[in-house]
Design a protein around this ligand. Structure first.
Ligand code: PBG
Ligand code: ZN
Length: 329
């Protein structure tokens, strides 16, 4: 493999050669589209820090999910912003809550579309933490009981996959046990296994009105310096019955995506979070980067790192480009 006998440029000469040689490809099948559901009807409220993303009332969420489905996107993941918040986030497991309504309505309109529901309490608690607080600390085991309720309420509404995101110890097992007890052994769990305490969640917290009122989430989300700990978290979640393992955020944690995909034989998801979306959109809006190139290159990079699927707010945009036959993917 030495120059001048070997010349790598030989296989880069034409588009056809580059296509034939390409090792990783992005497909619409890899995409999951996150959506924010709010009370009311006829609502499509733009999220300022996430241009092109909206808070949708259930009726509008159904239209948007149908658009994603028509574009060939296999799945959406739903986040809810409730009418009222309280100390424990009890509206989360309300059978008539926004997410439960949206699940029912989307499955009715698009039965084949996979509906995933994020299972956490930060959007539902008045203090903005991901469970019940006890002396200012997240009470892990008490919060698990409510998480179990929440998972079952999603299953009753017809969800396909429950995605617990609070980084509570034992959260996958609590969901699996309660789902199985209630006869929902076919409902899968997408575990936010390696979820880091990240500044990249900023725009999401605006969109979901879920910023903690005091303190931060470093007591339950992972420290950004840790990789071996991610391996332990993943091993726990697999043992507790996770069906899909997620790493989050994506870009700043591609080494973790690579490690997890090398070390486990589970399907791996990576979440390209709100701040990653916002950075690309802001720079593209200023004309500083080429949106199409950067979106496709970023998603491809996440796939190349080992992710089987990508949760991304760019899902409809990328699906449109893929349908046009964008060679950049
Ligand atoms: C809630 C949750 C968060 C995200 C997904 N689920 C935010 C947080 O932990 O504050 C972040 C998603 C994003 O930034 O796009 N547990
Ligand atoms: Zn949360």
């Amino acid at each position: 493999m030495n120059f001048p006998e070997y010349r790598p440029r030989r296989l880069r000469r034409t588009d056809a050669l580059r296509r034939m040689i390409r090792e990783t490809r992005l497909s619409v099948d890899d995409l999951v589209y996150p959506m924010f559901v709010v009370p009311g009807s006829g609502v499509a409220k733009p999220i300022p820090s996430m241009p092109g993303q909206f808070n949708w009332s259930v009726d509008k969420a159904v239209d948007e999910a149908a658009r994603a489905h028509d574009l060939g996107i296999p799945a959406v993941i739903l986040f809810g912003i409730p009418e009222r918040k309280d100390a424990v986030g009890s509206d989360a497991w309300n059978a008539g809550g926004v997410v439960q309504k949206a699940i029912r309505a989307i499955k009715k309109r698009c039965p084949e579309l996979i509906v995933i529901a994020d299972a956490c309490f930060c959007e539902y608690t008045d203090h903005g933490h991901c469970g019940i607080l006890h002396d200012g600390e997240l009470d892990n085991d008490a919060s698990l009981e409510n998480l179990a309720r929440l998972a079952v309420s999603y299953a009753k509404a017809g969800v396909d996959i429950v995605a617990p995101s609070g980084m509570l110890d034992g959260f996958v097992g609590a969901c699996r046990e309660s789902l199985d007890e209630e006869g929902f052994e076919q409902i899968a769990i997408m575990a936010y296994s390696a979820k880091y305490a990240s500044g990249y969640y900023g725009p999401f917290r605006d969109a979901a009105q879920s910023a903690p009122q005091s303190g931060d989430r470093r007591g339950y989300q992972m420290d950004p310096g840790n990789a071996a700990e991610a391996a332990r978290e993943v091993a726990m979640d697999v043992a507790e019955g996770a069906d899909i393992i997620m790493v989050k955020p994506a870009l700043a944690y591609l080494d973790i995506v690579r490690m997890v995909s090398d070390d486990t034989n589970m399907p791996i998801a990576a979440y390209a979070v709100s701040g990653e979306y916002a950075m690309i959109e802001a720079a593209a809006e200023k004309g500083w980067i080429d949106r199409e190139r950067v979106v496709m290159e970023t998603l491809l990079g996440i796939r190349r790192a080992g992710a089987d699927m990508i949760l991304t707010y760019h899902a409809p945009y990328a699906a449109e480009l893929l349908a046009k036959g964008s060679r950049r993917a």
